[in-house]
Unconditional design. Structure first.
Length: 423
């Protein structure tokens, strides 16, 4: 089977690494890919939203399955594009159709979905620019801190948590009137702050049946002790030690089952991954957000723990026969640490030569922002590489990752040395 992965980050390299192990795979293509995927697949320089070029590639290379990595093409309707094209409609797409992708594309849509299906989440209201006064009034009914979320996609940066009411009002105006996040903040969701510890659960569904993948916890802030600016993620651990059987049962009964049933009830066609961002308040799970794809860097700890043939799992998703397979997982803990460019998540330089990739031993180095240039691997993004290791617990896994990070180098390389500090 010829398979195409759309995307260029650590998530896509991890998926490529896993699919590459399958006996069912004939040829693997990644568009646009990175230096890591280039070693195990054919990189094709096409953007993930260039549907016409993707179509031409699919037909030229006789591709039978497309695995969509990032959210943008899903929210923009890549699945629907294939379904509506006579030459493409028979091709399996792993990723939901546009209507269902609104779970990530619109915070307001996601909140309404949760309320409609009695899925536990924070109380909220949404506002547009001509409702600014009402937004101020709603903020005054809440206790600090105040949570402001841009309704649309803002590359993971559209959420503000503020402790001062006046600052919250100012930022609400900046988002709605000043277009702080562009079109993403033409509507803003304000919600109550939930105090607890966060984690993620991933579900793979074919629209009928589903499999619950391992729990994971990622670390978003750039600085040690979860300080500083938000990033795309600085590291992750799976499984999450505090998610015991009683707690994961609650997640399954109160959140996973109603989510999958809700998609079906609402007529939202879904074949792919559901990322459920959760917070544990006391001993109860609440949903913070949905994403309609795998998270990054959680993918780098969740996917390596799947023992199944991933091509076989994806074929079952395409044929709506997922219930016929048993999910097999590695019992060990996986941990990953992200190496980032100096200056990230603000201004940073690209093109820094990376050395030591061939010295990594007993860990997996998943490339994110890298390219090959004149025979050398160089940096090409803010998040450069995720170093994943297995251990009997997260401390043992992290020790291996940090030992291998010592062998890697590029100018101004930065990473967090305290992943797992709060467990």
């Amino acid at each position: 089977m010829n398979i195409l992965i759309l995307g260029s980050g650590g998530r896509e390299h991890t998926l490529a690494w896993k699919l590459h192990q399958s006996q069912k795979l004939t040829k693997l293509f990644v568009a646009p890919g990175n230096a890591g995927t280039a070693a195990i697949a054919n990189n094709i320089p096409i953007g993930v939203n260039d549907f016409e070029s993707i179509k031409a590639l699919v037909l030229e290379k006789a591709i039978e399955m497309v695995v969509v990595g990032p959210e943008d093409p899903l929210v923009n309707g890549v699945h629907d594009y294939f379904l509506n094209d006579a030459q493409l409609k028979h091709i399996a797409i792993i990723g939901p159709q546009k209507a269902a992708a609104a779970l990530e594309g619109s915070k307001k849509f996601a909140k309404k979905f949760m309320i409609r299906h009695n899925i536990p989440t924070a109380a909220y209201q949404s506002f547009t620019a001509n409702e600014l006064t009402e937004g101020y009034a709603f903020l005054e009914t809440l206790k600090p801190p105040y949570v402001l979320k841009a309704d649309g996609l803002a590359a993971g940066k559209g959420v503000l948590i503020l402790t001062d009411i006046n600052e919250a009002k100012k930022e609400l105006s900046n988002m709605l009137v000043g277009a702080k996040f562009g079109n993403a903040s033409t509507t803003v969701v304000i919600e109550e702050f939930l105090d607890g510890i966060e984690l993620s659960v991933f579900v793979l569904t074919d629209g009928v049946g589903y499999k619950v993948l391992p729990t994971a916890k990622d670390y978003k802030r750039i600085g040690e002790g979860d300080t500083g600016l938000n990033t795309g993620g600085m590291g992750a651990i799976s499984p999450v030690p505090f998610a015991d059987k009683e707690f994961t049962d609650k997640i399954h009964q109160r959140i996973v089952i109603p989510t999958v049933k809700g998609l079906k009830t609402d007529g939202l066609p879904y074949k792919g991954f559901i990322f459920i961002g959760l917070i544990k308040v006391g001993n109860d799970p609440f949903v913070i957000e949905y994403n309609v794809r795998l998270g990054d860097p959680e993918t780098e700890v969740v996917v390596p723990r799947i023992k199944n043939d991933l091509v076989e799992l994806f074929q079952a998703v395409a044929s709506e026969s997922l219930d016929s397979l048993a999910l097999e997982l590695d019992d060990r803990t996986a941990a990953t640490v992200m190496l980032v460019s100096g200056g990230y998540p603000e201004t940073y330089e690209k093109g820094k030569q990376i050395s030591g990739c061939d010295l990594v031993d007993d860990s997996l180095a998943f490339h994110a922002g890298t390219i090959e240039k004149d025979g050398e691997i160089v940096t090409n993004g803010g998040r450069v590489m995720a170093v994943t290791s297995f251990g009997e617990d997260f401390k043992e896994a992290l020790k291996k990752s940090y030992q291998n990070i010592d062998k890697l180098h590029f100018d101004k390389m930065n990473y967090r040395k305290d992943i797992g500090f709060d467990l």
